[in-house]
Design a protein around this ligand. Sequence first.
Ligand code: UT7
Length: 324
Amino acid sequence: MPYTKIIGTGAYLPPRIVSNDELAAQLAQDGIETSDQWIIERTGIRQRHIAERGVTTSQIATFAAQAALKDAGLDAADIDLIVVATSTPDFVFPSTACLVQNQLGISGGAAFDVQAVCSGFVYALTTADALIKAGNATKALVIGAEVFSSILDWKDRSTCVLFGDGAGAVVLSQSDEPGILATQLKADGSQNHILCAAGNVSYGEVVGDPFLRMDGQAVFKFAVNALSKSGQDVVAQAGLTMDQIDWLIPHQANVRIINFIGRKLGVPTEKVVITLDKHANTSAASVPLALDAARKDGRVQRGQTLLMQGVGGGFTWGSVLARL
Ligand code: UT7
């Protein structure tokens, strides 16, 4: 049975950076009060990247994929599977993955989207790992990409300050050496209402609510409990102990959530990758963006063991344990 190894990472962030102060000034024009201090104290976020109107998820996903291919030393033509995790697809269909495949100038392999909101990347990675191990693919692009600014209600301060846009990608290869060691995916659909964008296009009209809505405190509690249990499960499944984990790379939603999870898992803060101060919550892009940032700044090294975790709407959550 072959293994799956991560052989390259890449990222793309839209060039426009919006600081908390700039966002607070923008909201003040609509009579909405927020502040840099509130956002930093409650979340740890200092800024976010926001795409210009008209920029699509497939475009930024393609940029991240090209960076990951370059890092892996591969051509797009080597790829026989593309899985894109996104909640902000370009279209109802075709899938964003098919659009990415076309923008990469390739055809013939499989391409599809995974919809698990902020858990999307761990869902996509687990799916691609299974397809590679089953012999259905040999080299895969797994991409988390979002233009989340397009589904935010910019008059709702309890949500619009939390999110940003971006894309992160990894290249996976079939390998004789262990790479992905253990995975776990979970969902609890009874909690669908605590984080949702409950709208759609139907009979030629937008029906329901096209904006993201969230019960922040319910999500907070759920995320801490779900990810600490899931992290323990995958580490045990691989026959490892938590002190053998070199890096925890959790979903980047709130630094207080991340600190609680780190404490519950017994992972010290110096082993936790945090990028949400710069990127805010980029949903499916958050884990691959954090992985790429930590690789590029030299923190994460080849041979190290990484615990990657996602949690979000659905409700969904999951963990991937991988040796880089
Ligand atoms: O990817 C997964 C998606 N999301 C998450 O994981 C988010 C999970 N939840 C959270 O991160 C936190 O619950 C929030 C950051 C969303 C909120 O933090 P909190 O400490 O739970 O605050 P809260 O909702 O209890 O609100 C406290 C106060 C309220 O005012 P009152 O009722 O005390 O007068 C809010 O109206 O803060 C107010 N508030 C704000 N004030 C200034 C809410 N948003 C803002 C804001 N600026 N942007």
